[in-house]
Design a protein around this ligand. Sequence first.
Ligand SMILES: NC(=O)c1ccc[n+]([C@@H]2O[C@H](COP(=O)([O-])OP(=O)(O)OC[C@H]3O[C@@H](n4cnc5c(N)ncnc54)[C@H](O)[C@@H]3O)[C@@H](O)[C@H]2O)c1
Ligand SMILES: [Zn+2]
Length: 495
Amino acid sequence: MSARPDVLVGFMGAGKSTVGRRLAELKAVSFIDVDRELERRTARSIPDLFGDGEEAFRELEEAVVIELVMSGEHGVIALGGGALTRPGTRRVLAARARVLWLDAPAAVLWGRVEADGGAGKRPLAVNLHRFSDLQHQRAGLYATAADAIIDASAPVEVAAIACRDSSVVRAGALTRIPETVGDRRVFMVIDAPLADRTPDLGPRLLLPGGEQVKDMATLERLWRAFAEVELERRDVIVAVGGGAVTDVAGFAAATFRRGLDWVSCPTTLVGQVDAGIGGKTGIDVAAKNDVGAFHAPLAVLADPTLLDTLSAREWRCGFVEALKSGLLQGDALWDLVRRWPSERGSEDDRFALVRRCAALKGRVVAADPREAGERAMLNLGHSIGHGVEHASGGRYLHGEAIAIGLVAALGLSVEFAGLDVGIADEVLGVLTRLGLPTIADEVDPDAVLAAMRSDKKRSAGRTRFVLLESPGHPRWGVELDDAAVTAAVRAACPR
Ligand SMILES: NC(=O)c1ccc[n+]([C@@H]2O[C@H](COP(=O)([O-])OP(=O)(O)OC[C@H]3O[C@@H](n4cnc5c(N)ncnc54)[C@H](O)[C@@H]3O)[C@@H](O)[C@H]2O)c1
Ligand SMILES: [Zn+2]
């Protein structure tokens, strides 16, 4: 089976050709831009061709897109903004391409289009109002066709890396395992609840799932199982499961025979929005996640329909991480989470949630793979949240403790980063609506502070906080004085 080309779609100004060209360089494959190809073949400009009528233009464009995708000659293809209006184009992309939607707010895209000649070069770029309306109309088409969303506001290099490493988020994503690994042998490591929903592609080991599997005994079991079937360097580990299973299987892959490739198939909401993405793998020895490796997966394949069997409590915990992502990203993701209706929302909203959270994580990891800087922003709500988690003695799951930590971090943000108190209230409202805790009423605040101090020892020095100025504008590495932190913890744990 030949690898699918990456097809970049999105609105005018998203940077499909610039990012596409850089992505092709990163992957060492060839790049083609459909608009330029149309101009070359007809020896006419796009506005001129468009002058014949949009229908005629789209017909011509469709024929070229289908030919280019089917030829298998191009690893990266950039499409015109309106190409997806044709059903034939949508069909061929679904069957034969990995579709990446480069998305950014209308104002960002309009700014770029204007700077680049505006309506003179792009017949549909008339004014910001109409531009934004058209973007809105097209969004539905992009959303249906896309395997992944890429944050197109990021610098070209970051967006290109995010494209290369992006998750495929699709119903039936696991059916893409064979084409992802080609003719290489696979070993499947599967979280028990997924046993019947995972394709049979080779030897498999079932793990019970949950934090308990992130230990040395499981790691040894995995290594021995790999040795048993004589896995070699070019073989591939496929991990299907929650964050615990992808963490331990990814680490086993990183270490066996000095590193095998692996494919991450996250099956929990936490996994699909966070844990399954970004290449951090590991186990718990003396402390949580204290032994591990950065080992980026070959691919991330996430099927949100697999979340159907997740317990309500696990779902809510995942949603807290998604809410955190919405606060960090702002824009469309913030709009999605702030309005989150009932517990699980509609299927369309769940797909959008996973794709947009994956886009944020993808952008942040692309910019800072080794957590030297901005990746730290992902810890919003986690300083006090971790303290609550440890001090609660198992009463709160991670996500629940982070809900409490988020509320505390937003309180500090109102005080020290100018966050509008209305935003903090809105977050409180969403958490309450979903039945998540917002304060820890039976946890000793001094125990939380002590847990935070011991966390701090591990990160050398003072606790550094992530604060939010407004949705989409986090500030990380912030040092706060002890009195402010103590007050925030006491407010979070009112006994
Ligand atoms: N590597 C990273 O960057 C990263 C980021 C965040 C969290 N993590 C790690 O992820 C782990 C938490 O992951 P998690 O929240 O996914 O929990 P989990 O892996 O513990 O899974 C929770 C439970 O759900 C079950 N399960 C998995 N998929 C299911 C499905 N589709 N239907 C029904 N049940 C299913 C599991 O068997 C388990 O019992 C922690 O160990 C954390 O340290 C890692
Ligand atoms: Zn977390």
